[in-house]
Design a protein around this ligand. Structure first.
Ligand code: NAD
Length: 467
């Protein structure tokens, strides 16, 4: 499809969803899983789960295959990703296509549910992964379609149904994704309402979900506020919270490669991903050469202290992150401080102190402070401190195994990427499956179908052992 075609469809779908607020849902409330009222959405997912949990594993696999195929249709990918950029005003279309495709292809399905067995004189005991029931999943503005796809696949593979509470600023993209997934499920012979959402999500509607008796598990993918809310709910809750990933570089690293990897990772989707490099800590001996190579790879270095202050006032006015600049590209941000940069500029770098707000705060924009340290011991100390106990992601460039091991032990992050861009940690150019819900605070780590299940034991006494 050409750009005009994509733009036309995006406008049409956005206008259709706008009707929900103005005139009521244009066709039928609840069509393809999109409801006007949260209680109705929960009820529908609750009823659907009762049927779904009795279906075979082959049936679940069939449904998941249909979901993947629908999301991988070129026209769907283009429209959803374009809509995500337009609706949220954040991110990079080409990179969103990569993330969207990743979610559809590399999220594990039913194969993730592996049973354990114990056999002996006393018989057979089976440990199996059983559904929770209806899961309430809060999704962020930064990965709207990806979270719905990836959590949707994982939660359905686990035998659950799911109610999404998306970020209000990504409601149309999220509703469209839910709608298309339901269309695909129904076309594959599945029941209605395995995945539902509300057309006009609010904090209040999320709270209805947090307190509903019909929801047995909550999963929050977002900042610290929502993670705290779900943990206070009294239900089983998964918290996938904020990150502030440091990229640590020592004197043994391949500096040219490190510089390129750091810039590639930092500018991915305009730095929206929670795993993206948010600050660099570099050993003094190689700092100048690293900066030189970062500039060769699309970094614009701000040296003037007054300009750095101006940038700080622009993106963090009165100490609060400006939503006008989150997820914007480097060129647009530089324009805000009167600098016309070349289109090849991908990241804005500057040397700062270790406690500068750019290093300490999760900015989610391609602004990358560089902090020098005397040696690796000081570097590890600082990187651990800047990661801020999020237990999320850290990156390190080094060829010294002892240094890499020491950092891995100290930082305790869920993802630790060595000698690559941060996105290798979610399966882009790195081995392993993907997820868009990385649960550091509650410890599930890179979530997948088995995370969304309960371990249950079935005991048959005195039989079925053939040893
Ligand atoms: P956000 O915290 O503003 O919103 C996330 C979701 O939580 C939204 O659906 C929002 O409506 C909801 N929400 C927020 N406060 C709430 C409250 N008090 N009650 C009920 N619901 C509430 O985050 P965002 O800007 O959409 O996303 C970016 C943040 O999410 C960053 O901090 C990023 O690191 C984090 N994130 C983490 C992961 C992960 O896997 N760990 C993945 C993506 C994003």
């Amino acid at each position: 499809m050409d750009t005009t075609g994509i733009e036309y469809i995006v406008k049409k779908v956005m206008a259709e969803i706008d009707c929900v607020e103005e005139k009521g849902w244009p066709v039928k409330d609840g069509e393809y899983g999109v409801f006007n009222d949260m209680n109705n959405a929960i009820d529908a997912a609750y009823i659907a789960q009762k049927t779904y949990m009795r279906q075979t594993m082959a049936f679940r696999s069939k449904i998941i295959a249909a979901m993947r195929a629908e999301m991988l249709k070129k026209e769907n990918m283009e429209v959803i990703c374009q809509m995500a950029v337009e609706e949220t005003g954040m991110g990079n279309y080409e990179h969103k296509l990569i993330k969207h495709e990743l979610a559809a292809t590399k999220t594990p399905g039913v194969e993730d549910l592996v049973a354990e067995a114990f056999t002996g004189d006393d018989g057979l005991t089976l440990m199996e992964q059983s559904p929770f029931g209806v899961i309430g999943s809060v999704s962020p503005s930064t990965n709207p379609s990806e979270t719905v796809i990836s959590n949707g696949i994982g939660m359905l593979a686990g035998g659950n149904t799911v109610v999404f509470a998306p970020h209000p600023s990504a409601k149309k993209t999220s509703a469209l994704t839910v709608k298309l997934l339901n269309k695909a499920i129904i076309a594959a012979g599945g029941p209605e309402n395995l995945i539902v959402t509300t057309a006009n999500p609010t904090i209040d509607s999320a709270n209805v979900m947090f307190t509903s008796d019909k929801i047995t598990m909550l999963c929050a993918t977002g900042g610290p506020g929502v993670v705290k809310q779900v943990l206070m709910s009294g239900k089983k809750a998964i918290g996938a919270g904020a990150g502030n990933p440091p990229a640590l570089v020592d004197e043994t690293a391949d500096i040219e490669k490190a510089a390129k990897d750091i810039i590639d990772g930092c500018c991915f989707d305009n730095n929206l991903p929670c795993i993206a490099e948010k600050e660099v800590v570099v050993v003094e001996q190689v700092a100048d050469y690293l900066i030189f190579n970062m500039k060769k790879n699309g970094a614009y270095e701000l040296k003037d202290a007054a300009k750095i202050k101006e940038l700080e006032d622009l993106v963090i006015p009165e100490g609060r992150l400006s939503r006008d600049y989150v997820g914007r590209d480097a060129k647009t941000i530089l324009k805000g401080i009167g600098i016309e940069a070349d289109p090849s500029v991908r990241v804005i770098i500057m040397e700062t102190s270790c406690n500068h707000i750019f290093a300490v705060e999760e900015l989610m924009m391609p602004i990358l402070p560089v902090v020098r340290v005397k040696n690796i011991a000081e570097g590890i100390e600082l990187a651990v401190c800047l990661e801020n106990g999020n237990r999320h992601t850290a990156v390190m460039h080094s060829t010294n195994i002892n240094n890499l091991t020491e950092m891995a032990k100290r930082v305790q992050t869920t993802i630790f990427v060595k000698n690559g861009p941060s996105y290798a940690g979610i399966g882009v150019g790195g081995e392993g499956y993907t997820t868009f819900t990385i649960a550091g605070p509650t410890g599930e780590g890179l979530t997948s179908a088995k995370t969304f299940t309960r371990k249950r034991r079935c005991v048959l006494v005195g039989g079925f052992t053939i040893k």
